[in-house]
Design a binder for this molecule. Structure first.
Ligand code: PLP
Length: 287
């Protein structure tokens, strides 16, 4: 396996970062998770835009422009002889001294990893996942925007730990007002009486690229699709609940805080959106 590490391809065994890298010491850096489907890098422009926006927000200069990075990502996939892949792009502040001040870091580091997709088990899509709402919250938007995919994902890790402890597959996160925002690494949708709802991102959710693709698909299919705040109660009484994300694509949730959703099986609208989503994964992006 070949990994792009600051200007060259190295093997997985050689791909190492200094213990003085501020990405390691402080979580100072940004990342993206991207997928390629049969040679098509899905929504690559959107992922690159988000990566550069994340970097700009934390004053990190990515040492390549978007076209160069596009080439590097494509080359990483080619070099690993992959068609379908999960791609992780990481930019860290780079090596500095032990103080947290980023001015001591000489140059940002870019890492691109492309791996064969480890698909979620098919059975999970057929059965649906169980969710539990958790106490942990994301960063306050006025401090570190949830739109920044920073290497400091500890809040989300706490969220995942809470879900593990509750014995469920994924967490449902709320904001300080108690409105539902998202999962630990996915966005959330509910369906009620044929209408589809997802929280507006200003409540504190990442503007997921899969989320936006699903909103577009839902509107094209003439579903009524609304971005509107909702609470846990609305989730409990929904006809369908599903999550979206680069890794999970579209996956039904059939139980939330021990309440069965609908008839406890993935819903028809969820399945419809998933099948339409899969149709665009090989065409909408960079080939
Ligand atoms: N929410 C969070 C906190 C995430 O980290 C992710 C993953 O990237 C998502 C939602 C889903 O976003 P996307 O569809 O762009 O992968």
């Amino acid at each position: 396996q070949w990994i792009f590490l600051s200007g060259e391809f190295v093997t997985k065994q050689e791909a190492a970062i200094s213990v003085y890298d501020h990405g390691f010491l402080y979580g100072d850096g940004v990342f993206e998770g991207i997928r390629a489907y049969e040679g098509n890098i899905f929504k690559l422009d959107e992922h690159l835009d988000r990566l550069y926006d994340s970097a700009k927000s934390v004053m990190l200069d990515i040492p390549y422009d978007k076209e160069e990075l596009e080439q590097i990502i494509a080359e990483t996939i080619r070099k690993n002889e992959l068609e379908s892949a999960y791609i992780r792009v990481v930019v860290s502040r780079g090596v500095g001294d032990l103080g947290l001040n980023p001015v001591s870091c000489s140059e940002p580091r870019l890492v691109v990893i492309a791996e064969a997709l480890s698909l979620f088990p098919k059975e999970l899509y057929e059965r649906g996942v169980r969710l539990a709402s958790v106490a942990s919250r994301r960063n306050r938007p006025d401090v570190l925007s949830p739109q920044v995919k920073s290497l400091n994902y500890l809040n989300n890790i706490l969220v995942k730990l809470e879900a593990n402890q509750a014995g469920v597959d994924e967490a449902l996160m709320l904001n300080d007002q108690g409105y539902v925002t998202e999962g630990s690494a996915d966005n959330v949708f509910i369906v009620k009486n044929g209408k589809i709802y997802t929280p507006p991102v200003y409540l504190g959710a990442l503007e997921g690229i899969t989320r936006n693709a699903i909103i577009d698909i839902a509107r094209e299919l003439d579903y009524e699709m609304v971005e509107q705040p909702f609470t846990r109660h609305d989730v409990y009484v929904a006809d369908e609940v599903f999550l979206t994300g680069t890794a999970a694509e579209v996956i039904a949730a059939v139980e939330v805080d021990k309440r069965m959703i609908g008839d406890g099986k993935p819903g028809t609208i969820t399945n419809h959106l998933l099948s339409e989503f899969r149709k665009i994964t090989t065409t909408d992006g960079y080939t």
